[in-house]
Design a binder for this molecule. Structure first.
Ligand code: SF4
Length: 337
């Protein structure tokens, strides 16, 4: 499979009055052409910050640290100038957000908003771009597209606005679409339709998708691979089957227990993970999940578990799975001896 994105040692911090909040702490991952990678975790785990970093949308007081690399198409996006980035954003890499109302311009027709990037990035005339905008609205299953292109965002329903956002994002046929909680603000039926739509368009256009979500249930049918983030780090990753049928990290187990299921037959209330994530002003030296983990051992608070490779794609960062755990525990217990 051809890799189109390689993120290496991504670190992002926010400089606050209280000190440096280390939101993303040395994250490595890749994306293959045409695949869907889901990035899953609770709010504040660093998943949205990771997504925004790829587009270099981190604003002051945030900062992508110097040794981070975001390799795309032979370029390191972390090092490009703002002018060079503008040529890539919306053309090669696009993003859709949770709430289309905050991303759409309320004073511009939907058609003009789709046409804008076609005029800038594809050099189309206004007339050509508006005709293409109507085609894009048809592609995202908006009925009466010729009439709808002349309407404003407030004339669209929530689901239609999200479809329009997808049309804007895909107008220039980008290589990567980043979807940050694209269905969270929508009701369940519309959520399923939007996820199906993203999948259909991905098949038609060959776009690779990074899907950011707090809800593992949303990605079960759509992602090829899943990476689970916690406290600014990737703590487990694998194929969707590996994460759903053979999860290895206690946090992934807890996330899976909080997904509603139709097949169990009992009416248990949903599991919620007790406690709160660590303060990233002073990240713990050991496993960041230790204070909430039912399986925590003394070693867990003392040292961060290295990645353990379970299969070619499946990796986990947990002392329960680490072959050196007994040795390290012994040396910690024995001090310098
Ligand atoms: Fe729990 Fe320890 Fe594994 Fe962290 S390293 S998840 S605390 S068992």
């Amino acid at each position: 499979m051809e890799r189109i994105l390689d993120v290496k040692n991504l670190k992002v911090s926010y400089h606050t009055y209280a000190g440096e909040v280390q939101s993303v702490r040395g994250v490595d991952f890749y994306l293959n052409k045409g695949e869907t990678l889901a990035v899953v975790g609770e709010s504040g785990c660093g998943k949205s910050v990771t997504a925004k970093s790829i587009m270099r949308l981190i604003q002051t007081p945030g900062e992508i640290k110097q040794d981070s690399e975001i390799l795309f198409d032979g370029k390191d996006l972390a090092k490009l100038s703002e002018k060079e980035l503008r040529e890539i954003r919306g053309s090669e890499i696009s993003m859709i957000f949770q709430d289309p109302m905050t991303s759409l311009n309320p004073t511009m027709t939907i058609g003009k908003q789709i046409a804008e990037s076609l005029i800038i990035h594809r050099g189309m005339s206004k007339h050509e771009a508006l005709a293409e905008a109507a085609k894009m609205l048809k592609l995202v299953n908006i009925p009466n597209a010729e009439k709808r292109v002349k309407q404003y965002p407030h004339e669209f329903s929530g689901g239609m606005r999200q479809r329009a956002m997808i049309a804007i994002a895909l107008a220039c046929n980008p290589k990567i679409l980043i979807a940050d909680e694209p269905t969270t603000a929508l009701d369940v039926t519309i959520q399923a339709q939007i996820m199906d739509l993203i999948g259909d368009l991905q098949n038609k256009l060959g776009t690779a998708v990074i899907l950011i979500t707090h809800d593992l249930g949303v990605v079960a049918d759509s992602a090829h691979r899943i990476q689970v983030m916690y406290a600014g780090k990737i703590i487990e990753r694998g194929t969707t089957d590996e994460i759903f049928y053979n999860p290895q990290h206690p946090y992934t187990w807890a996330l899976l227990q909080s997904v509603p299921r139709l097949d169990t037959g009992h009416k248990d209330s949903l599991y919620s993970i007790k406690g709160t994530p660590p303060d990233l002003l002073k990240p713990p030296v050991g496993c960041p999940f230790a204070s909430r983990c039912e399986y925590a051992m003394p070693i867990c608070k003392e040292a961060m578990p290295e990645i353990t490779k379970m299969t070619e794609n499946h990796e986990v960062s947990c002392w329960l799975k680490h072959p050196l755990a007994p040795k390290v525990e012994k040396s910690l217990a024995g001090g310098a001896k």
